[in-house]
Design a protein around this ligand. Structure first.
Ligand SMILES: Cc1ncc(COP(=O)(O)O)c(C=O)c1O
Length: 360
């Protein structure tokens, strides 16, 4: 199967914008991009010059870290931009569709809407143990509706569960040659499940999203990536803005792959996992909690007796959590990020003062 068969027919031979950096490199006197010849005195990064479209050192560092060839990784402005690029490159506006599994991360549907694409939903199923995917239902729906892209968030935001590798394989087998399966692993570092990247050599219609925004603690730098077959990466590159990765962000992000920074990332993940367990136990015992969902991510989904009133009480005490009332299946739920141990102590202390809490 050639993954290019899934790309918009009108974009298959498209070269994109020919930027000055792409047209020529090398030379000593740069007069090709209408830049200022001298940097500001405060500027240590030569920001008078446009950046490399795909900063090579960062791209190689990320590819090495994820264990993939750098030709299969595209740097993006967060995974948000990668989601947008995938829809842009594969879906014909006004004609094609994507498949999601609600309740899920909102940007898949937002980007689809911005590209005039239909959103087909194969909702997660709620069981006593939490939410699960309906893999046969997803395959049948994606084939029936001829969906071009299927976004699967694992670990899932906001419901917290991961998809077992065997289930993902079943999904990939069922959609081979028909639909690009995009596994969004924004929270992958917090899960014991192996990354979908292990399956990539066998499935050219698999793409994986990675980000530095969560476990690597660089949400403000806006660096993400999409990992996919090199021929698809080449197409995505033509759909991207000419200089998407700002030099200060790239320079900062590169530091995240030093031994010292990686050790501190691992330590941050370990603290998050133990705090997640502590919060799970403590929250479970509170009278207003109907359910504390299991989580493979850095947040907990809570079903509460009075979610709105509880969120308002937390806010009045300076604690901001995410209401889930915009998801019909999660109307009575709140999503709470696992904070620092001190943040979590504060959360628990304020929850203890919630007036009128009744046992569910
Ligand atoms: C599942 C999921 N994917 C992608 C993103 C966007 O991440 P980024 O900061 O890399 O754009 C988020 C952000 O919360 C997310 O929850």
């Amino acid at each position: 199967m050639n993954v290019l068969d899934l790309v918009r027919p009108d974009l298959r031979g498209f070269g994109g914008y020919l930027s000055a950096r792409k047209q020529n490199s090398g030379g000593a006197v740069w007069l090709n991009a209408n830049e200022a010849p001298l940097a500001q005195r405060f500027d240590t990064l030569q920001l008078n010059r446009y950046p490399e479209p795909q900063p090579g050192d960062l791209r190689r560092a990320m590819a090495d870290y994820y264990g993939v060839p750098d030709s299969s990784l595209l740097l993006s402005r967060g995974s948000d931009e990668a989601i947008d690029l995938l829809i842009r490159a594969l879906c014909v506006p006004g004609a094609d569709s994507i498949l999601i599994q609600s309740p899920t991360f909102g940007m898949y549907a937002v980007c689809a809407r911005l590209h005039a694409c239909t959103v087909i939903d194969s909702p997660l199923q709620e069981t006593a143990a939490g939410f699960v995917w309906d893999i046969p239902g997803m395959i049948a729906l994606a084939l029936r509706e001829r969906c071009k892209v299927l976004f699967l968030c694992s670990p899932a935001n906001p419901t917290g569960q991961s998809l077992p590798a065997a289930e993902l394989q079943r999904l990939l087998d069922g959609l081979a040659g028909r639909c690009l399966v995009v596994v969004d692993e924004a929270y992958g570092e917090y899960s014991a499940q192996p990354s979908a990247l292990a399956l990539m050599p066998r499935y050219p219609h698999l793409a994986v999203l990675k980000t530095l925004s969560k476990a690597h603690a660089l949400a403000g730098a806006r660096i993400g990536s999409v990992i996919a077959a090199p021929e698809l990466i080449a197409i995505l590159k033509t759909c991207q803005a000419p200089y998407p990765i700002a030099k200060p962000s790239a320079a900062l992000a590169l530091q995240a792959f030093s031994e010292g920074a990686l050790a501190s990332t691992r330590a941050g993940i370990a603290v998050c996992l133990s705090e997640r367990e502590r919060l799970q136990e403590r929250l479970h015992a509170l009278p207003m909690m109907v359910q504390v969902f299991a989580s493979d991510a850095n947040f907990l989904l809570l079903r509460c007796t009075e979610a709105d009133r509880l969120a308002a009480h937390l806010l009045a005490n300076g604690i901001v959590v995410r209401a889930m009332s915009h998801y019909p299946a999660l109307r009575d739920c709140l999503r709470v990020s696992v904070g620092s141990p001190a943040d979590n102590d504060r959360l628990l202390a304020v929850l203890d003062t919630f007036p009128g809490a009744t046992h569910a």
